[in-house]
Design a protein around this ligand. Structure first.
Ligand code: G7M
Length: 343
């Protein structure tokens, strides 16, 4: 049974019997005929990504649909250079020709992510917004961030579905069932599972009491070392990619507060690998080895989107936008002109 458990509201509609009967839009979804674009959330020419808010026939809830152009692989690069690729000339000048190419559909697939029912949080997440930089001290963590987490509940049913083999069971690359140090490693939602240039897996820990980097201390070193050792070995065995070609890291802030670790190829500039977001696993282990409560004592800096309720909460706590010419605050917020990478 795939993707059990999230609450969904559907209205009666004869054309949408499948949705009503199963309560799951992904059952039997073979095209996008039921979707109508209601808003362009983000159109990112650099990442070649388009995020749309969509109405769904037969459902009162909106969806978020994300289209991404996929990377070339060496295999497809060879196939693409053939008569099956039609060309339309834009112009030519001397030895230089510029064309639009139309390869056969199998070589030209888009990665499509459908989130339904999409919450306001999902819609915010994929909407282009200005952001602020927060320097989160331990005090701000307990007074602002923890309070925010208590009041906002992001649905993490998908995590439990994976841990309990109700979803994506066939995609698991490595599983360790030890209660304290165990985890499940599988391809990330963002990866097609094949293109090594964009390799992206995620390790989800079995235990449910660790929310983020902030909770990690010396007693969790065996868990962290286990994820590093078994995760990198499993990737080497299955994909032939050695540990030294992997970027292994936490996000802080993460989108989901159930501890998980990202494994991406160093050849791939994955979203969320920038300063103020990614914390490399070997460095995290080393920091805790040096100082057992490092992550309870450190100031951790990160970006928050202006539309995120968390930004409003920081502002209410007196950690808000400052005058443009003020010196950078020791424990506060700086306006940032640049957008953060996708969270
Ligand atoms: O930013 P954060 O550290 O919370 O990243 C969470 C990661 O989980 C992202 O890289 C997502 O692409 C990934 N992810 C999110 N969902 C809902 C799923 C899912 O259902 N399956 C898998 N395999 N990965 C997911």
């Amino acid at each position: 049974m795939e993707g059990q458990g999230s609450a969904k509201k559907f209205k009666k509609d004869n054309d949408a019997e499948t949705i009503i009967a199963t309560g799951d839009i992904h059952q039997g979804l073979e095209d996008l005929g039921k979707f109508t674009c209601s808003q362009v959330l983000k159109d990112d020419p650099t990442k070649k990504m388009l995020a749309l808010r969509a109405d769904v026939k037969g459902s009162v809830n909106p969806a978020v649909v994300i289209f991404e152009k996929t990377a070339f692989s060496e295999g497809s690069a060879k196939e693409i250079l053939s008569s099956a690729t039609a060309l339309k000339k834009t112009f030519h000048n001397d030895i230089y020709g510029n064309y639009t190419g139309f390869p056969k559909p199998e070589l030209n697939g888009l990665k499509v992510t459908v989130i339904h029912p999409a919450t306001d949080k999902h819609i915010d997440k994929y909407t282009a917004q200005e952001s602020i930089l927060v320097n989160e001290t331990p005090k701000l963590y307990s007074e602002v961030l923890l309070e925010h987490l208590k009041e906002s509940s992001m649905n993490i049913q998908w995590v439990y579905n994976i841990l309990e083999h109700r979803s994506e069971a066939g995609r698991i690359v490595c599983e360790d069932t030890a209660p304290e140090t165990g985890f499940v490693l599988l391809p990330d939602l963002k990866w097609d599972g094949r293109t090594l240039e964009t390799l992206y897996l995620v390790a989800i820990v079995r235990r449910r009491d660790l929310r983020s980097l902030r909770d990690l201390r010396a007693e969790h070193l065996p868990l962290l070392r286990n994820i590093w050792t078994k995760g990198t070995e499993a990737i080497k065995e299955k994909y032939g990619v050695p540990a030294w070609q992997l970027r292994v890291y936490f996000h802080y802030q993460p989108s989901y507060y159930h501890l998980h670790v990202h494994f991406t190829s160093v050849r791939f500039d994955a979203p969320g690998t920038h300063v103020g977001k990614a914390h490399l696993l070997p460095s995290v282990i080393s920091n805790i080895e040096l100082l057992p409560d490092y992550y309870q004592r450190a100031t951790l800096s990160y970006f928050v989107r202006c539309g995120d309720p968390l930004a409003a909460r920081f502002a209410r706590a007196g950690v808000g936008a400052r005058e443009a010419d003020a010196p950078p605050p020791a424990d506060g917020v700086q306006k940032s002109d640049s957008l953060p990478e996708e969270r």
